[in-house]
Design a protein around this ligand. Structure first.
Ligand SMILES: Cc1cc2nc3c(=O)[nH]c(=O)nc-3n(C[C@H](O)[C@H](O)[C@H](O)COP(=O)(O)O)c2cc1C
Length: 168
């Protein structure tokens, strides 16, 4: 897809189904994300592709975070939290591992670079014909959820990116 067509037609997918990107397409998408501009070449992004096992651990952490967050959830709400993690064929968590002692590049610039990487990822997947939903929500700010994808408590989850074939 031509760049301006991709830019003009990019939109969030409300519902995703199989198939998701192939491993080769996922690699192209990740490589496109990593071409984001980045002050100081710190490469602060962490592009974490979740497979079946790691997605299960991520879902466990999302559920634990919801249990810890008032008001107390019903069992149905917890099931919904878990199910939401599994509502797409593929998932990439876009994290920002911040260098706080960097004298030249303040935290905001590192986070902005990761936002650019997330948008590159979105557009690359869209250009290959896939639907994308960029999510965050309270779970993205939970230290246990961050730990489940190898991030530190003071790192950031900038996006929980769901990818697949757009249904709507
Ligand atoms: C940083 C960020 C976080 C987002 N988090 C959520 C989210 O938690 N839930 C959601 O439904 N959409 C989320 N979105 C997607 C926006 O809601 C969506 O882009 C917006 O509604 C505009 O729709 P469009 O992408 O189709 O233009 C997020 C987008 C960004 C950039």
């Amino acid at each position: 897809m031509e760049l301006f067509t991709a830019l003009a037609t990019r939109a969030s997918a409300g519902q995703l189904a199989e198939p998701g990107p192939t491993p080769e397409e996922l690699l192209r998408i990740i490589e496109a994300a990593e071409r984001a501009p980045d002050h100081g070449r710190l490469k602060p992004w962490r592009l974490i592709v979740l497979d079946g096992d790691s997605r299960g651990r991520f879902a466990d952490a999302v559920v634990a975070a919801r249990v810890a967050r008032p008001p107390a959830p019903t069992p149905e709400q917890l099931t919904l939290e878990r199910d939401k993690v599994w509502r797409s064929p593929a998932m990439v968590v876009v994290g920002c591992s911040v260098q706080r002692d960097n004298p030249k590049v303040p935290e905001i610039e590192q986070v902005v670079a990761v936002g650019a990487a997330a948008e590159n990822l979105f557009l690359a997947a869209h250009a290959l014909g896939y639907g994308v939903m960029w999510k965050t929500g309270p779970a993205a700010y939970d230290p246990g959820v961050k730990a489940a994808v190898g991030l530190r408590p003071d790192d950031h989850i900038v996006g929980i990116m769901h990818l697949g074939t757009r249904v709507k």
